[in-house]
Write a protein that binds this ligand. Structure first.
Ligand code: GLC
Ligand code: CA
Length: 574
């Protein structure tokens, strides 16, 4: 079947001249250490495992790594609950191993950005142990403590909910007060209104900068400031209270202080995980001369096919494109982040197309083109480069705290919905991205020789690095080619963006222009043949530079036919 797309309605246009900073040239690879490579056969990925794979990362063409947390942790939320910010989780190795890793990265010209989780600590952090011990402890105000509400004082201080289900407050009998935890009760929120807390964060950042890190990915950074008086929230189940702590205005002053006393003193990159930040309001937090965040990981895209961030729904391409394109059109001093996957999101090929169909390789490559030809800093999440898919798990095989909580809540409050919950979690669970990296077809997928901490996707038998390295037409080799192309091309990195046919529901069509160079990128997001009547792009004769089919049309013409998931890049001079 083929459909004809409508003629251009309008053109979405972006800007081109930008200030240079290293991260604008970088292509990031995100490592989730627990699932990357186990070096000592305890079933858990570790730092020496990463060291073994540095050449792999280098050969992929990667120039920066974002490493998910490797700090000391009781592992309630896989390291996003930190009990010592200056030391390494012994499951992952030692500070010496970490030093060897960063040296190995830097020797290969690869930067290292660490995760900075400072909205909350672990409840096993020494600050919290002190804080909870008495009301007049010097650390009391490091966290957010309140008396209970209601006539008998037995209710939580307000109605905010934890992002991991239930109330965001936990009663502590030691001092007969409650503490705030926007995530699990083992992740108490820090009190950023306390200048001593900000000083601690500054010291932690400077400690790692002195050890050589090149920046931080700041976890849930838009949550750090809470509205005075902690008023009740409206909001839905699981996000109640948002309006009182997402981008609460004091955040700007807090970030500027940390920046002035730490981040800005180094040639660093600060990327915020920025729930609530979208292209419309991005300027208030990522504009260059503000000295707050350098760029933001937006959630807008990940919500296009998820209702309330949880319930999968069909992807509507025009909405998806509108979000991507609106970031492309921001002023020059607001730098976008490009990503489809991370350790919290299901796999992109399972989400945006038919990952089980005969065109799955084309799909993986098309998504790669659609992401890596835009302006911004791209992130590739481990396994994305080989087309790893979601994993099918039974209820007792889910390892993530969020999945476990969801199943527990459904079993307790809505037992008839358990089958629905299972269906939803198969598509939505964060576990989908956390199954071990598929290095080879061996039983442990080359990840570990022992039982891994989490189930390995059985498709590692045919989706794995070893096989793909040998196959010139593999997804992995395609990523390499595309990364090399981007790394060496100023037009793709910095060129002006122009979108065509924004309302077309099958194709993403845009151009990138710089000086006399122009690229025309066309991505078919549908698993079917789609016709393009491209009269509006006066680029007849532009030459094919890259495509995900072996025999795509060599020259750009007005009328073109795109095969299922076909993606093409043409070049001409203007
Ligand atoms: C971020 C992390 C996620 C974690 C949460 C709480 O969203 O990416 O994995 O659970 O913050 O720290
Ligand atoms: Ca290990």
């Amino acid at each position: 079947m083929s459909i004809n797309i409508e003629k251009k309605k309008n053109i979405v246009q972006g800007n081109c001249s930008v200030k240079t900073r290293w991260y604008k040239d970088a292509i990031f690879y995100q490592i989730y250490p627990r699932s990357f490579q186990d070096s000592n056969n305890d079933g858990i990925g570790d730092i020496r495992g990463i060291i073994q794979r540095l050449d792999y990362i280098k050969e992929l063409g990667i120039t920066a790594v974002w490493l998910s947390p490797v700090y000391k942790t009781p592992n309630d939320d896989n390291g996003y609950d930190i009990s010592d910010y200056r030391d390494i989780n012994p499951e992952f190795g030692t500070l010496e191993d970490w030093k060897e890793m960063i040296k190995g990265l830097h020797e290969r010209g690869i930067r290292l950005v660490m995760d900075l989780v400072v909205n909350h600590t672990s409840d096993e952090h020494n600050w919290f142990c002190e804080s909870r011990s008495s009301k007049d402890n010097p650390y009391r105000d490091y966290y957010i403590w309140r008396k209970g509400s209601g006539n008998d004082g037995k209710k939580p201080p307000n109605n905010w909910t934890s992002r991991f289900t239930g109330s965001a407050w936990k009663y502590d009998s030691v001092t007969d007060e409650w503490y705030l935890h926007l995530f699990s009760e083992k992740q108490p929120d820090l009190n950023w209104a306390n200048p001593k807390v900000r000083k601690e964060v500054i010291d932690i950042c400077n400690y790692w900068f002195e050890l050589g890190v090149d920046g931080f990915r700041c976890d849930v950074i838009t949550y750090i400031s809470k509205a005075d008086g902690l008023p009740d929230g409206k909001g839905r189940f699981a996000v109640r209270g948002d309006e009182h702590f997402v981008l609460e205005p004091k955040i700007h002053q807090y970030l500027q202080e940390v920046s002035a006393k730490s981040w800005s003193n180094y040639d660093s990159m600060i990327v915020g995980e920025a729930i609530g930040v979208n292209a419309e309001n991005a300027e208030i937090i990522i504009k260059e001369d503000l000295n707050e965040l350098d760029t933001a990981i937006t959630f807008a895209l990940s919500e296009v096919d998820m209702f309330a961030g949880l319930i999968p729904k069909k992807l509507k391409l025009p909405k998806f494109k509108k979000i991507q394109s609106s970031w492309q059109c921001l002023p020059n001093d607001c730098w976008p982040t490009l990503y489809y996957e991370n350790h919290d999101q299901p796999r992109s090929i399972s989400r945006y197309g038919n990952a089980d169909g005969i065109y799955k390789k084309e799909l993986a490559k098309m998504l790669a083109i659609s992401l890596l030809t835009l302006k911004g800093t791209p992130y590739i999440y481990q396994g994305q480069e080989i087309g790893m898919t979601n994993i099918r798990l039974e209820e007792n095989e889910y390892m993530d705290i969020m999945s476990i909580r969801v199943f527990r809540a459904v079993r307790k409050y809505f037992p008839p919905l358990i089958l629905v919950a299972k269906k939803i979690m198969r598509k939505r669970a964060r576990d989908n991205a956390r199954s071990p990296m598929q290095w080879s077809a061996e039983s442990g997928a080359g990840f570990s020789n022992e039982t891994p901490w989490m189930k390995i996707n059985p498709n590692h038998a045919f989706v794995n690095v070893e096989m793909q390295l040998k196959n010139p037409s593999s997804v992995l080799n395609f990523y390499k080619k595309l990364i090399e192309f981007r790394n060496n091309d100023e037009t793709i990195k910095y060129g002006e963006f122009k979108e065509y046919f924004p309302r077309n529901s099958s194709l993403y069509v845009f151009t990138r222009e710089l000086k006399k160079q122009r690229y025309i990128v066309i991505c078919n997001f549908k698993e079917k043949v789609v016709n393009l009547n491209a009269i509006d792009i006066s680029a007849r004769g532009a030459k094919l530079v890259l495509s995900n089919y072996p025999n795509s049309q060599e020259t750009f013409t007005d009328g073109m036919t795109l095969r299922p998931y076909e993606a093409v890049i043409y070049h001409d001079y203007i």
